[in-house]
Write a protein that binds this ligand. Structure first.
Ligand SMILES: *Cc1c(COP(=O)(O)O)cnc(C)c1O
Length: 367
């Protein structure tokens, strides 16, 4: 058997005809940028998440850096982020000249909220709460700290399309919720796409102007903006995806539940879910403290693909060498980088495929 870590073709084939019809409809419409598909998707996404406003953008990274830009966070300011984040989270902060301040993750693979206060300085302006792997951060504690220290909160929901903290959808706790619709994400587009949600009408308005060269009307530019528009094709196809998103999320929950129940190997630790959080299982990330690389190689020999999210923590990447960190600066994040492994997880996985993966995992031993 040959099983990829992710299989986008499988998800596409579940509703191929709906996507194809929508694509043709948009091709024939003669209108490709900022039209009725984008407006409709923005309303539908805001309603799905439970936010007042949504603004479509070109990518998840754009959602992040434009958020900090519009919150006036830049040179000389500090933003707190988990040390095991995806590199894009950190770039979203540093692109405006602000400094990322790393805080170690806890046993749930998300930021350890109890370590945030120790990282706050007079320069701290915001917390970037990254809901990693599809699991919500402890938003109660994060919002409480933010209120006490007058910090803005931006949520990175790129991997968390529709999961909750204590029943409330993530993306609606902070000032701005940022989403990526990169093809592998929960509600994935067929190219690059992203958006923000917010309950603040003024912030939403700023995004609408900024994404389109700082203009509301053609050739009347109010501010220096960027080109970060969601296009009609992606918006239209995302509207089709959104109709099935609850089903996609439920299917991945079923796959995760079976992994939780049936993977029984003392070398492999199941993901832990924080009480109060739920997960949409963007990834199923196990910890393998001793033989991670051996396990990945063994699975590969058996036709099973895995991915490491992420092998290099941002503070040790070449891009952030200028921050001056070294090995040992964030030992928990570094340990996680050496022990995490994402098992195959995608919509359309068959029971036989999952049985095969589980069987191979359960007979793995350090040879
Ligand atoms: C994918 C991702 C991003 C970046 O999104 P793009 O659309 O690829 O720019 C940011 N943060 C997290 C946590 C992500 O997973």
């Amino acid at each position: 058997m040959n099983i990829m870590p992710n299989n986008l073709g499988r998800q596409f084939s579940l509703h191929a005809q709906e996507y194809e019809e929508k694509a043709v409809e948009i091709l024939r419409s003669g209108w490709y940028i900022l039209g009725k598909e984008v407006s409709a998707f923005e309303q539908e996404w805001a309603a799905y998440i439970g936010a007042k406003h949504c603004v479509g953008l070109a990518s998840g990274l754009d959602a992040l850096w434009i958020s900090f830009r519009l919150l006036n966070i830049g040179e000389g300011d500090e933003v707190i982020v988990c040390a095991n984040a995806y590199i894009a989270c950190v770039m979203g902060i540093s692109m405006n000249g602000a400094t990322p301040i790393f805080v170690e993750p806890d046993e749930y693979d998300n930021i350890d909220a109890e370590k945030i206060e120790a990282a706050i300085t007079p320069k701290t302006k915001a917390i970037l709460a990254v809901h990693l792997y599809g699991q919500s951060c402890d938003m109660t504690r994060i919002m409480e700290i933010a209120r006490q220290h007058d910090l803005r909160v931006v949520e990175d929901c790129a991997q968390s399309h529709g999961n909750h903290w204590k029943g409330q959808t993530v993306g609606t706790f902070g000032d701005i919720g940022c989403f990526s619709f990169y093809p592998t994400k929960g509600c994935g587009a067929f190219g690059d796409a992203g958006c923000i949600v917010t309950n603040n009408a003024e912030i939403a308005d700023k995004f609408r102007v900024f994404r389109n060269y700082g203009s509301r009307e053609h050739y009347k530019n109010e501010i220096v903006g960027a080109n970060s528009r969601l296009d009609e094709m992606q918006a239209g196809l995302l509207r089709v995806k959104l109709k099935h998103l609850n089903d996609f999320n439920a299917e991945r929950c079923r796959i995760a539940a079976r992994y939780n129940l049936e993977i029984q190997n003392p070398l492999i630790q199941a993901p832990k879910i924080r009480p109060g959080a739920d997960s949409t299982w963007h990834q199923y990330v196990v910890h393998v403290p001793e033989y991670r690389d051996e396990l990945a190689a063994y699975l590969k020999e058996n036709g099973i693909g895995t991915i490491i999210h992420y092998p290099v923590p941002p503070h040790l990447s070449e891009a952030y060498a200028y921050l001056g960190f070294k090995k040992g600066s964030f030992p928990i994040a570094e340990r996680y980088a050496s022990e995490v492994l994402s098992l195959p997880m995608y919509n359309g996985m068959t029971e036989e495929e999952q049985s095969y993966i589980i069987e191979k995992l359960n007979i793995f031993s350090n040879r």
